[in-house]
Ligand binder design. Structure first.
Ligand code: 2AM
Length: 188
């Protein structure tokens, strides 16, 4: 049998107040586009590095390296603002604030992941928070949602923690489900 692996990614999560503020702004879009596959608010995150399948043996050194990185990372001032879509299929909220700091942190996390020898192929970083995906037969919902988001600017926050998140391998009509595997406070 194949050795156990874990599908995981490293992410930041906005605090509840910031998520509530965006959820309130999205209410008309939720009502207008119930056929979109909306991500659960508990699952909202900003991905820094996608790790793919992580072998179980790599998990302890990964935890240690991420804990160490988080401890040396001053909290980042970020905010949710604007939004857009990828190919009319994926609706996202944009991220503003200390984007230089966000890019530096993501580059460092990606470097430590590579240094652990994890086999991973990542996309160029485009800081965003995925809100919804379109069903095949629903071409208008995502662009309409993106148009509704352009005027949104949320209140900024200090990023509290760095998260290692597991993604369920289940793929189907429902949105992917995520679960926090571990998280570490950023330095204050
Ligand atoms: P997305 O939100 O734009 O889909 C878990 O899949 C998280 O990792 C998602 O936030 C996803 O981005 C991100 N991710 C980055 N690179 C990925 C890849 N190559 N395959 C799947 N997800 C990836």
């Amino acid at each position: 049998p194949a050795p156990p692996t874990l599908r995981a990614f490293v992410a930041l999560a906005p605090p509840d107040e910031a998520k509530d503020e965006l959820a309130r702004a999205l209410r008309p879009a939720y009502a207008a586009h119930p056929r979109l596959r909306w991500n659960r608010i508990e699952d909202w995150h900003i991905t820094l590095a996608f790790l793919g399948e992580v072998p179980a043996t790599a998990v302890p050194p990964l935890h240690a390296a991420l804990a160490d990185r988080a401890a040396g990372q001053p909290a980042l001032r970020l905010g949710l603002q604007g939004g857009g879509h990828f190919d009319g299929r994926l609706l996202w909220s944009g991220v503003g604030g200390d984007l230089d700091g966000l890019h530096r942190l993501a580059a460092e996390v990606r470097a430590l992941v590579r240094a652990l020898g994890l086999d991973y192929r990542d996309r160029p970083l485009h800081p965003h928070l995925t809100l919804a995906r379109a069903r095949r037969d629903d071409p208008t919902g995502v662009p309409a949602g993106a148009a509704a988001l352009t005027a949104f600017t949320g209140r900024p926050w200090w990023t509290p923690r760095l998260h290692l998140v597991g993604s369920s391998a289940l793929r189907g009509p429902e949105p992917l489900r995520y679960r926090d595997l571990a998280s570490w406070p950023l330095a204050v």
